[in-house]
Design a binder for this molecule. Structure first.
Ligand code: UT7
Length: 331
């Protein structure tokens, strides 16, 4: 790694106002608060409003992150949007949000790695900035996942929620910031978690059942994959950073299921308190879940300068990724 330190210098979040509790879901499908809470850890989630879109919450989160970094929109040299629920196939949600943030001219694009998108985005931002081309990159994870839910499928509709969270990546004091990253994918698992309709393979204009236009998932297989891949990612990225597992202060996994997080932490032999978990109030918010958990923990004053924070993601693709940060942002 070059002798130039790059890290997160600002964070911002935006969640839709409308919420849907487990009790509300009991009225829609055959489920119970007890089942959802005990099997996933979720109590409630936010749902995007009829009059808003993913680029709206993305733009709001993005502007908050820019302000939190003490910057102006004009200071942003690149926008990377990561979403599994883009507003359109194209143009990118990055460009839609760019206009809503009052920005122009900087490159803006969507990065598709499903729930691993934020982790992938951090790795890419670090590498682009190390090449000295860009000084401030705005990375946004944003989802309107609930627009792709089959509200009659209890195995999926209880799990997801909508949110946006953003980070400004920029120069930090030497030795702080992004220490190492790791990314991977295995397309043989593409069928485990997907939205079958809407792309060119089966466009909406072709005859397709309504249920195919929604998220389909083999929950048990994804669960097994997650419990295996999280410890592998953490061990790999920590070794790349030249650190040991017991030097980790906080582990922020993709928020998909509390049981996944707990099993992975147990496998790694980490203390339970090191796991950051906020799924209870948001559900699985895809590419937004890691930055949302990070921003919330930061805002609550949980981190101190120098803490070693590991982010670890997994998602459709199948994809996975992890990042090690030596925390530099003051509380
Ligand atoms: O971003 C990554 C995306 N996804 C994930 O990470 C998901 C990973 N997987 C999971 O989190 C879990 O597999 C689930 C939460 C999806 C399911 O938990 P599980 O303990 O694996 O349950 P299961 O699929 O084995 O189902 C157990 C039972 C079934 O009934 P039978 O066949 O035993 O009679 C399901 O029909 O629970 C039933 N069930 C429900 N019951 C009440 C499934 N969904 C519900 C529900 N309410 N919402």
């Amino acid at each position: 790694m070059k002798n130039k330190s790059i890290g997160i210098i600002g964070l911002g979040t935006e969640v839709p106002k409308k919420t849907l509790s487990n009790y509300d879901l009991e009225k829609i499908v055959e489920t119970s608060d007890e089942w959802i809470k005990s099997r996933s850890g979720i109590s409630s989630r936010h749902i995007i409003g009829e009059d808003e879109n993913v680029s709206d919450i993305a733009a709001a989160a993005g502007l908050k992150a820019v302000a939190n970094a003490g910057l102006e929109p004009d200071d942003i040299d690149m926008i990377i949007m990561t979403t599994g629920s883009p507003e359109l196939i194209w143009p990118s949600t990055a460009c839609l949000a760019q206009a809503k943030m009052g920005m122009k001219n900087q490159p803006a694009f969507d990065l598709q790695a499903a729930c691993s998108g934020f982790s992938y985005g951090l790795s890419m931002a670090r590498q682009l900035m190390a090449a000295d081309e860009y000084r401030h990159i705005l990375l946004i994870g944003a989802e309107a996942m609930t627009r792709f839910l089959d509200w009659s499928d209890r195995s999926t509709c209880v799990l997801f929620g909508d949110a946006a969270a953003a980070a400004v990546i920029g120069p930090v004091d030497e030795g702080y910031g992004l220490l190492a990253d790791y990314m991977g994918a295995d397309g043989r698992g593409a069928g485990m978690l997907k939205i079958p309709v809407g792309g060119s393979g089966m466009s909406c204009s072709r005859a397709a059942p309504a249920s195919a236009q929604k998220i389909v998932m083999n929950g048990r297989e994804v669960f097994k994959f997650a419990v295996r891949i999280i410890p592998e990612c953490v061990q790999t990225v920590i070794a790349k950073a030249g650190l040991k597992l017991d030097e980790i202060d906080f582990l922020i996994p993709h928020q998909a299921n509390t049981r996944i997080t707990e099993k992975a932490i147990e496998k790694l032999g980490l203390a339970k308190e090191k796991g950051v978990n906020n799924i209870e109030n948001y559900g699985n918010t895809g590419a937004a879940s890691i930055p949302l958990a990070l921003a919330e923990a930061y805002a609550s004053g949980r981190f101190k300068q120098g803490d070693i924070i590991v982010l670890v993601a997994f998602g459709a693709g199948l994809t996975w990724g992890a990042n090690v940060i030596r925390w530099s942002l003051g509380s």
